[in-house]
Design a binder for this molecule. Structure first.
Ligand SMILES: Cc1cc2nc3c(=O)[nH]c(=O)nc-3n(C[C@H](O)[C@H](O)[C@H](O)COP(=O)(O)OP(=O)(O)OC[C@H]3O[C@@H](n4cnc5c(N)ncnc54)[C@H](O)[C@@H]3O)c2cc1C
Length: 292
């Protein structure tokens, strides 16, 4: 199919983009990489009257480190997760995630911020952003605000970003030295969206788990943090028994839907196994002082 007719605007500055968003409101859609939006337009699942193309806003391409966070601009492409030195040294989980996101052609156009704002429930970047307690910087003609990613998702593809707002950057906290991490998923073919996935961060206190964060994707309406499972792990000695107890809690708490790709029961079984794998890998990395 072809998209329904739409107008096309290409602002030359952030202020111009904000004016356009204010003028067109609900009738407009921002296009960044277009790798989620174009399929929706082609299938006529979205029918905006106007597309506002932000690819000319060269101020929004940067990656920088400030205040122990990586600041990533709104049109920074996902391929930078493969090749940018700051990302591979400060947030290597993004480099690992890049290998799970589709194929190089998609990552060459798709943006990091676009993926987080789009909020596909099976996408890797929303889960990582949630696990890191990242924050979005958002602008409109009325001013600027910061929105924690934990307040972003409000249901299937529903977010707290208003129609007249532009997300200008994401700020991802860099984990403290010695934090172990893991991203694990199962998809039918390499590059497909995940049937189920988990992001884990772990710090040790002596021989025990000091703190941990567990976020799941492909298993609900959006990326989902399970604090009850994290709580079970804190203060425990890492090992098969404690990991199995957490995995049991995970599979009992998650309530995914059946769909054409997998049954809810199968997704829960995957979440159980992936939780154990993620905790093993994150603890190995934490034991090695975050150097693996
Ligand atoms: C074949 C294929 C396979 C894929 N596989 C995967 C996969 O395995 N894992 C995965 O995570 N993703 C996958 N994707 C999606 C891809 O990662 C997209 O690039 C990403 O989801 C959206 O980023 P984008 O820059 O292309 O956003 P767009 O498609 O341009 O926009 C997506 C939505 O976000 C909004 N938006 C974008 N930027 C902003 C902004 N700055 N401010 C406010 N709103 C904004 C748009 O209005 C739109 O509603 C796949 C895509 C394709 C086509």
């Amino acid at each position: 199919m072809k998209p329904a007719p739409f107008g096309y605007l290409k602002p030359a500055s952030i202020d111009e983009a904000l004016e356009m968003l204010q003028e067109h409101g609900d009738d407009a859609k921002i296009i960044a990489g277009g790798q989620s939006l174009m399929p929706l337009l082609n299938m006529r699942l979205a029918r905006p009257g106007v597309l506002i193309d932000i690819n000319g806003l060269s101020d929004l391409t940067d990656i920088s480190e400030q205040d122990s966070r990586l600041h990533i601009g709104a049109i920074c492409r996902q391929r930078r997760m493969d090749d940018h030195a700051l990302i591979s040294t400060r947030l290597p989980i993004l480099t690992a995630a890049a290998r799970l996101i589709s194929h190089p052609q998609i990552r060459s156009r798709g943006t990091i911020v676009g993926s987080v704002v789009h909020g596909d429930p099976s996408a890797e970047l929303p889960a990582i952003a949630l696990a890191l307690d990242a924050e979005l910087s958002i602008k409109s003609t009325k001013g600027e605000r910061a929105l924690p990613v934990r307040e972003l998702y409000q249901g299937y593809y529903m977010t707290a970003v208003a129609a007249e707002e532009l997300v200008t950057e994401i700020r991802l906290p860099i984990p403290t030295a010695g934090t172990g991490w893991s991203i694990q998923e199962i998809s039918r073919r390499h590059g497909d969206f995940a049937l189920a996935g988990v992001v884990a961060f772990v710090t040790l206190q002596g021989a025990d788990i000091g703190d941990c964060t567990l976020v799941f994707y492909g298993l609900g309406e959006s990326a989902l943090r399970l604090e009850s499972a994290e709580q079970l792990l804190r203060g425990q000695r890492p090992g098969k028994d404690s990991f199995r107890a957490v995995a049991q809690e995970v599979s009992s708490q998650l309530t995914p839907d059946d769909d054409v790709h997998a049954s809810a029961q199968y997704r829960c079984a995957l979440a159980h196994e992936l939780t154990i794998r993620a905790l093993e890998e994150a603890v190995d990395r934490a034991t090695a002082g975050g150097e693996l």
